[in-house]
Design a binder for this molecule. Structure first.
Ligand SMILES: Nc1ncnc2c1ncn2[C@@H]1O[C@H](COP(=O)(O)OP(=O)(O)OP(=O)(O)O)[C@@H](O)[C@H]1O
Ligand SMILES: [Mg+2]
Length: 490
């Protein structure tokens, strides 16, 4: 009892002494000349660094000059969650991007040790609560602090932190869900959904050699950062996909995104008000992305910027083709994006954006595009997607019916040589419409469709010469009229 009392008394004495010291120190600092204070601070730092030879670096959740999220913080978090979270005793579990998988990270004020090239490095997670204004609620700012011996200063600042950020970014890339961004419905910003299109180059009906060439081209582009830097060109590549409707242009874009693990930005030009908005939207696109402008010929009357006065040929006006009817004029769509605005984006701003980007234009009518838009250098690769070949059919038969061979393949090959059918129609026929429909029935359905397509072709072929005779008949009629007129005159 007495000893407890004694202990309490001595604690009380210590508290009084500390309070007196703080008071005295404050008085000294207040009345001492500033030079003396500075000198004392310098020496205090030196003595402290002698006894505490460690360096600390903080990485905050937000940038200090604005409230933008700090990329490095997210990368450190990813690195720690994969490499060091197992060593921590208090962990935080969160689902990322609404996915089902739990990701573990260090809880607040938890410490873990890392080792890099013989150096012991400690990470601490922390949080400070700040009040920016008395009218606003307090804000939490999380941070990670890395502590290491001062002899490793250069190694940690030059190499270790770079390694952590690089590894963290790779982990983020692996964990992220790819996104499909759109600017449709007159939105002035991008909105996105998770991109989960299953298309791959394996499932694409196309000649294998052509397919391999495109895949090689894409993979080479992805690995060519140093090459583009060396030749002084922006790390971009333009693809023009052209061909009739239903030949797999959109499907190929999805396959490209899946192959490269890129996001997709589906740019609806008719929703973009003017060139300024176009530039802003494109500047907001992220690296490792494919920017798509579908049906470039009817998105905007781009060619009209140069050929305004040209009348459309009569057959164009009366065509029943789905792609030609809804062509929107710039005035009609309320959009004032011009061809030169689009070209500037490809050549100018395009080059200023860092990181790799692919731009894809699709069209059903390549001949209608302004040559300025399609010239090499702007669109590096022109890819024609055309009618289904027998090789393409075999890919679809394998995908849809799990067939490598079948006796009905032979007649199908014969018919395919004689007629044109788009892959979308082949796919539709090979798709069983009921559980009772087996592979044979599907192949027979396709044979019927091919025969029908052949009949239509023959019919058209017969009609065409008749059409071609029309001008001659017209000429004859004109001559007759002229003769009659001259007879009348006589
Ligand atoms: N080459 C192909 N390989 C595999 N499937 C294809 C191919 N072409 C078309 N298809 C099938 O047909 C459907 C329509 O194809 P897709 O939308 O890619 O055509 P498109 O060329 O973009 O047509 P459009 O010019 O009308 O936009 C796809 O969902 C796909 O199932
Ligand atoms: Mg399409």
């Amino acid at each position: 009892m007495i000893s407890t009392m004694g202990l309490l008394q001595s604690w009380g004495g210590l508290g009084t002494s500390i309070a007196s010291f703080i008071f005295m120190w404050d008085m000294i600092r207040r009345y001492c000349p500033p030079e003396l204070i500075r000198a004392s601070d310098k020496w205090t730092r030196r003595i402290r660094s002698f006894f505490y030879p460690f360096i600390q670096i903080s990485i905050s959740e937000f940038m200090s000059n604005n409230l933008k999220p700090h990329d490095a913080y997210a990368a450190v978090e990813a690195y720690l969650s994969v490499h060091l979270a197992k060593k921590a005793k208090r962990l935080r579990a969160e689902t990322v991007h609404g996915g089902g998988k739990l990701v573990l990270s260090m809880d607040e004020h938890e410490r873990v040790n890392d080792e890099f090239r013989g150096a012991k490095i400690q990470w601490i997670s922390g949080k400070i609560v700040q009040r920016e204004s008395k009218y606003l609620p307090d804000v939490e700012r999380k941070y990670y602090k890395v502590t290491f011996h001062k002899k490793y200063r250069d190694m940690v600042t030059d190499t270790y932190l770079e390694h952590v950020i690089k590894t963290g970014k790779e982990i983020q890339m692996r964990n992220r869900k790819r996104k499909l961004y759109t600017n449709g419905h007159n939105k002035t910003t991008w909105s996105h959904i998770v991109f989960e299109h299953p298309a791959t180059f394996d499932s694409l009906a196309m000649e294998s050699e052509k397919k391999r060439e495109i895949v090689d081209d894409l993979l080479m582009f992805r690995e060519s950062k140093d090459f583009y830097a060396r030749i002084g060109k922006a790390w971009k590549r333009g693809y023009l996909l052209y061909g009739p409707p239903g030949t797999g242009k959109s499907t190929m874009i999805a396959a490209m995104a899946n192959l490269l693990d890129y996001d997709v930005y589906d740019l609806e030009l008719t929703s973009v008000r003017d060139n300024t908005e176009l530039r802003r939207l494109l500047a907001e696109t992220s690296s490792k992305s494919i920017i798509v402008i579908e049906d470039i010929d009817c998105s905007l009357d781009l060619t009209g910027q140069r050929k305004k006065k040209q009348e459309k040929p009569p057959e164009e006006k009366t065509s029943k083709n789905k792609k030609e009817v809804p062509r929107k004029d710039t005035e009609e769509s309320g959009s004032r994006v011009t061809l030169s605005g689009l070209l500037n984006f490809i050549d100018g701003l395009w080059s200023a954006c860092s990181g790799e980007r692919i731009i894809v234009f699709t069209t059903n009518y390549v001949d209608k595009l302004d040559p300025a838009l399609t010239r090499r250098g702007r669109m590096d690769k022109h890819i024609e997607l055309s009618y289904c070949s027998f090789e393409g059919f075999k890919v679809l038969a394998k995908n849809y019916l799990l067939l490598d061979e079948h006796p009905l393949f032979e007649p199908i090959e014969m018919l395919m040589k004689e007629t044109n059918i788009i892959p979308a129609d082949v796919a539709e026929n090979l798709m069983p419409s009921s559980p009772k429909e087996d592979a044979r029935k599907c192949l027979l359905k396709l044979i019927e469709a091919l025969k029908l397509a052949e009949e239509v072709m023959i019919k058209k072929g017969k009609e065409e010469p008749a059409d071609k005779e029309l001008p001659d008949m017209k000429e004859d009629a004109d001559v007759l009229q002229e003769m009659e007129d001259s007879v009348d005159k006589v």
